[in-house]
Design a binder for this molecule. Sequence first.
Ligand SMILES: Cc1cc2nc3c(=O)[nH]c(=O)nc-3n(C[C@H](O)[C@H](O)[C@H](O)COP(=O)(O)OP(=O)(O)OC[C@H]3O[C@@H](n4cnc5c(N)ncnc54)[C@H](O)[C@@H]3O)c2cc1C
Length: 403
Amino acid sequence: MDFTISPELEALRMRTRAFIDTHVIPLEAEAGNYDAYENIKLDVLETVRAKAQAAGLWAPQSPKEFGGMGLPVMAWAVMYEEANRSIFGPNALNCQAPDDGNMNVLSKVGTPAQKEKWLRPIVAGKVRSSFVMTEPHPGGGSDPSMIRTKAEKHGGKWWISGHKWFISGAAEASHFILMARTSDDPRTGLTAFLFHKDQPGWRLVRRIGNLGPEEHGGTCELIFDGLEVADEDVLMGVGDGLRMTQIRLGPARLTHCMRWLGLARRCMEIAQDYVSRREGFGIKLADRESVQIKLGDVAHQIQIGRLLTMHAAWKLDQGDKARKEVSMAKIHVADTLHRAADVAIQLNGARGYSKDTVLQWIYRWARAARIVDGASEVHSMVLARFLRQEGTDFWRWSTDGEI
Ligand SMILES: Cc1cc2nc3c(=O)[nH]c(=O)nc-3n(C[C@H](O)[C@H](O)[C@H](O)COP(=O)(O)OP(=O)(O)OC[C@H]3O[C@@H](n4cnc5c(N)ncnc54)[C@H](O)[C@@H]3O)c2cc1C
């Protein structure tokens, strides 16, 4: 096992850190830089994105020929963690959800024509995108086999009707990847479709208010009532929807972990800074053992999360689906982010509860982590299935030449 990273990757990590410290973190302190949903205002974002592009820190997940950095998944782990030390970091570098996962899956499974049409503008930062899967009861949420949105072939085109909700970014997105049912087969019943916001046959019912802060374009409820899609805009083949989802969601869940680790580290930075300055009852907070235990606990949870995330990234780079490893990382890092924000708020006292730091922002953001892209319970269920199949081999190490 080798836990070193290359000198080039270390240099990239330090460049990312310097960029975030110099150009992004300072934006957080100015109330005028926030939009109505507590994310970075789009005009402010445009300026910082231009700087990121000029610095060569742009779209790490996408191929170079489309304007990205063409990095392997392990390098994303290093870079995204540094990027999300600022709440605005991933947006600044074009590696924010849901575009990040959409760019990655389009790079992997799109036809050359689909990549030109749908991927290139997202990588360029000219348009935003959404992934449209979750449905209200009785449709599909945790269980995708319950998806009811239907696509039927009429006169050479797919005709789509149905109801979706909690679709991140939909109020700002131009490019959409939509999951719909094309047959009742449990394995091959779903198909993925690409559509543009200007196509008729769908509408945005509402931007669903939530605990916030929100991704640009919010989380939205959508109705489809005769959206027409041509065969050329079917992503992968008819019936490949579930396979496409797995290809997208494995890395997408892991990139959440990479970003959340950056946010958790930022919480620790803010806590560390305060306890090393603040005194009470005759000594610095940092010198109290009960405070040290809190900080040491979160520090080691973060490191466990980094190892789980890096191991899963390594497996994905070897061509493995890393289902077990991604699920473990997702459960652990979601909990760790929550704990890091909670401890940092507590250690900052009233200041932690205030809007003078980004801790309250991160605390609210963290609550979605245990639900989005698979609730923690569902990931535990997946792990229990593996445990049942593999028994004690669940914990075997990979040996040379085998993943
Ligand atoms: C901020 C945010 C952004 C999102 N963005 C998107 C998006 O861009 N696109 C998209 O398609 N969806 C999106 N979602 C939806 C998200 O993926 C779903 O909320 C998630 O998959 C859970 O589905 P559900 O809400 O229908 O929960 P349900 O399936 O109704 O489950 C409710 C709860 O029941 C429990 N539960 C469910 N199954 C099990 C089980 N097997 N064992 C034990 N307990 C279980 C869990 O606690 C779960 O939270 C987003 C959600 C949020 C909060």
